[in-house]
Ligand binder design. Sequence first.
Ligand code: SF4
Length: 509
Amino acid sequence: MEIGQGTAELKEKLRILSDAAKYDAACTSSGVDRPGKPGTLGNASAAGICHSFASDGRCISLLKILLTNHCIYDCKYCINRRSNDVERAAFTPDEVCALTIEFYRRNYIEGLFLSSGVMKSPDHTMAQVYEVLYKLREVHQFRGYIHVKAIPGADMALIDQIGLLADRMSINLELPTAESLRSLAPHKSRQTILGPMRQIQAGIVDSRLSMGQTARLERAYGAKSFSNGIFRLGEQQRDGLGGSAGHVIDGRDLSVGQALEGYGGRRGLVRRERNEIRTYVPAGQSTQIIVGATPESDYHMMMVTQALYQKYDLKRVFFSAYVGINEDSALPAPGEKPPLLREHRLYQADWLLRFYGFRAEELLSEDKPNFNVFLDPKCDWAVRHLECFPVEINLAAYELLLRVPGIGAKSARRIIQARRMGKLDFPDLKKLGVVLKRAHYFITCGGRQMYPVKLEENRITAGLISDSQKKNWQIEHQESFRQLSLFDDMKLEIPPTVEDFHKAAAGQL
Ligand code: SF4
């Protein structure tokens, strides 16, 4: 089927089902390196995928659609819930294939992000999704990137089959606690979400070990060796998600070491015709948590996020600010502004867990349960830990450099390399990408500060806030893909008072 022959009906379906998919944030395309080859279509190598992101950070290089927005469930937060009176449509598997192939040929997209409402049953829906992937891979020889959402409650065998064809899979946690899930999405349960998540993890482990790789996914430079980081080898914690300590794979409790050494052989690789080897979900799995629909604190969100990385080895956790579209006494009132700044703070903190060796419990606690609205989480941590500063740039270890506001992972690596050639001074740091406006409070070069500033929490905070307020304003006033109206629920255009700051520092604002 060609789109050219296609009909107004297909275009109409595309309009409805791409619009219905826009609330899903978990769609970045990364982690696969599969070149194209003669007789096949597309590739998922680094050069073949444009990592195009919208200004709000969402990936825009994939055809992002729902197979259908019909749904037998009635999740209270969802626009597509059964009880909503919205336009409904459903693609056939052939239609999804045709759209993907045509758009790929026209260079509009690099791959497909396919999610779906639950049509008839989870199994029926996942069988349709499987048909899409099977036809794309086997009939059309499509080698581009495919990210698929798994439906909670679907047959594990179907999920396994899809895992052999998809690059990335995700299953949305949706809400951080079982209680919230019961209240807003009674058709779903922790078990039907975490069960498939665990199964996908087991498949990935098996596939990686069969390929001679480590059981756990590759992580950013240094992340597995940070002394305190969440990915360090041997790290074992209770997951806080109702699971047990260690790695439970196929009902067996395994330490990371055991997983690395002893586990294997359940699913393995599928050797297909043409001698091609296909791995299981090679780009890893991700999930999405809705922010602001339920009362959980940022601390709770971050502890759950950390547990998901540690216990399920997720590639990414995405956060999606709740958009008030449905009327329900259990939800924020429709028209309330989506908590975009809060979502942004959670993404910043997630970055600190994945790339900077921080742990959730360093950033927040029961006593300080929410992020500071005025400062990003790293600055907020730094001003509360002035005993760790100043850091001498010419001597500090990589891990310590990463803790300095204004020094990112790339600039920290550049500092380590450059100081092998000679002593660094402030102009050198600027050339290496350090943001001195923030960093200068916390560093010395050759024992000297850039400006003589006392290491005092209030003074440094005041300086950092004036810098970050502009950014906060931009985040809150962005025109996002959701076409939201202006967001000003924190009223940051009004300068914060001293009282505001103290509330923010205590996590009450
Ligand atoms: S199952 Fe998915 S599509 Fe259906 S109501 Fe719930 S969130 Fe919406």
